[in-house]
Design a protein around this ligand. Structure first.
Ligand code: FAD
Ligand code: 2HG
Ligand code: ZN
Length: 471
């Protein structure tokens, strides 16, 4: 092991192989659910250095945990407690390599922070639409490895749909250059789509070619009070009909989730939540003008009110008001963390099944765990809810998790399954859901996944114990 550390220091330079001091930013996950211990943190500065690190680790039989911004929600990017794993941080590979305006693409290194990529695109006159609460610290490599979703999926799709090509260091330490930028390429199996969403278990993503879009002429945001989940789903249908491709965001939030934001961040002044079980945040991006956007938005809200789908609504009058509404939405995760440890369920079911899923699962949880508090919010436009569970008021959160976590997960996941859904819509499997997956995923699919893992990483050294367990 000391030989490997010395070798890595020789390859990368001693300052880029960390063993001492406070390494908690690399060893502890964002939700503080896992505290690992790394053999070292290797911070290569180029694709060739990533390949050299992988080769050295494979020769030494040491496993590798790839890490981007370490904002993942499922304990996938931190080492176990053995002190034998190398954390391979991509943070130094952060260049925007090239923008091709004629092809509407950008080629970017894996460690580039998402927000920096958005800004680089905007400076070049384009929109890079992937957007999520962690965008100030998550990386494009992490986004692709988890196939991240976020708040614009309803219009632009998730990270996979935005990706045209990848550069990957394989488990043998070879470099695959697949940065083609082609929109059509049917020359065999789609390796790109194999690595996207593989959570660092099949290869290390070092760069990607991503799609860019025209900047909208205007973007308007509305906040609506909605009397029930059925009505929220009906409003989504109306939004699609009125706005077409202009509907770029459709987020739902229950009253309790907003009351947590109000409690922990009162300066944000959450609108309309006190007298309604649900609020919806809608975004309308228009390629014509602000006037056109406003006319369409007002017509939509007028019909929604006539039909009783919306009881009250505000349309942001300025960019700063719109930002504040989005900020409230993005603060739910932070407010929930302030409230204490909690259980997260990042689930999807067909949009049409969401009202029944919520009603039935709420009732089951309330029946089994009196006083349980539901933090229910998310990307309704994609059929994706963050159906999170908070300890009953005043309860000991750690004790609650110890006692109830398996039971709560079973109730929620069984219900997801009955409604034809998935137990991970956008956060991935990591190690938190690795033991649940076999119960809820098709066995043939799992067997094929296992064969792919063996074929691409025969020694099982890339992020072991994540996504699927070795047999
Ligand atoms: P990390 O957390 O470092 O890693 C995530 C996984 O990818 C790990 O398995 C890791 O091993 C692997 N990995 C990282 N980089 C590479 C690489 N270059 N090559 C191979 N494997 C790699 N997620 C959503 O989908 N939608 C949301 O709306 C959303 N909102 C969030 C809001 C907040 C406040 C927070 C804290 C998180 C949120 N997330 C969301 C979760 C998280 O931000 C995303 O999963 C993000 O894509 C992770 O990026 P990262 O760079 O932090 O990756
Ligand atoms: C979001 O949509 C993220 O804000 C985080 O995916 C969800 O905190 C969560 O459960
Ligand atoms: Zn989300």
């Amino acid at each position: 092991m000391t030989d490997l550390i010395a070798q890595l220091r020789q390859l990368l330079g001693a300052p880029h192989v960390l063993t001492d001091g406070d390494l908690s930013a690399y060893e502890q996950d964002w939700r503080k659910r896992s505290h690992g211990k790394a053999l070292c943190v290797a911070r290569p500065g180029s694709t060739a250095e990533v390949a050299a690190v992988v080769k050295a680790c494979v020769d030494a039989g040491v496993s590798i945990v790839p890490q981007g911004g370490n904002t993942g929600m499922v304990v996938g990017s931190t080492p176990d407690t053995s002190g034998t794993q190398v954390v391979l941080s991509l943070q130094r590979l952060n260049a925007v390599r090239a923008i091709d305006p004629g092809n509407s693409t950008v080629t970017v290194e894996a460690g580039c922070i998402l927000q920096q990529l958005q800004q680089a695109a905007e400076q070049a006159g384009f929109l890079f639409p992937l957007s999520l609460g962690a965008e100030g610290s998550c990386t494009i490599g992490g986004n692709l490895s988890t196939n991240a979703g976020g708040t614009q999926v309803v219009r632009y799709g998730n990270a996979r749909e935005l990706c045209l090509g990848l550069e990957v260091v394989t488990a043998d330490g070879d470099i695959w250059n697949g940065l083609s930028g082609l929109r059509k390429d049917n020359t065999g199996y789609d390796l790109r789509d194999l690595f996207v969403g593989s959570e660092g278990t099949l290869g290390i993503i070092t760069a990607a070619t991503m799609k860019l879009f025209p900047l909208p002429a205007a973007s308007l945001t509305a906040w609506a009070a909605v009397p029930s989940m059925e009505q929220a789903v009906a409003l989504l249908g109306l939004g699609h009909r009125y706005l077409g491709a202009g509907l770029t965001g459709f987020e739902v939030m229950n009253q309790f989730s907003l009351s947590l934001v109000d409690k922990h961040y009162p300066h944000l002044r959450v609108p309309l939540f006190r007298d309604t079980p649900w609020c919806v945040l809608l975004e309308n991006s228009d390629s014509e003008s602000e006037e056109h956007a406003r006319t369409r938005f007002e017509a939509l809200l007028e019909e929604a009110m006539e039909k009783g789908l919306v009881t009250d609504a505000v349309v942001a009058e300025s960019i700063s008001q719109a930002r504040n509404l989005w900020h409230i939405r993005e603060s739910i995760t932070l407010a929930q963390a302030e409230e204490g440890l909690n259980l997260k369920h990042d689930i999807s079911v067909p949009i049409s099944a969401i009202p029944a899923f919520v009603a039935e699962t709420d009732a089951l949880l309330a029946q089994h765990i009196p006083g349980v508090r539901m933090v229910d919010f998310g990307h309704l436009g994609d059929g994706n809810l963050h159906y999170n569970v908070q300890t009953p008021e005043g309860g000991d959160a750690a004790a609650f998790l110890r006692e109830y976590e398996p039971q709560v997960n079973k109730i929620v996941y069984d219900s997801v399954c009955r409604h034809g859904g998935s137990i991970s819509a956008e956060h991935g499997v990591g190690s938190l859901k690795v033991d649940s997956l076999p119960k809820y995923k098709d066995p043939v699919a799992l067997a094929l996944m296992s064969r792919i893992k063996h074929a691409l990483d025969p020694k099982g050294l890339l992020n072991p114990g994540r996504v699927i367990r070795a047999d």
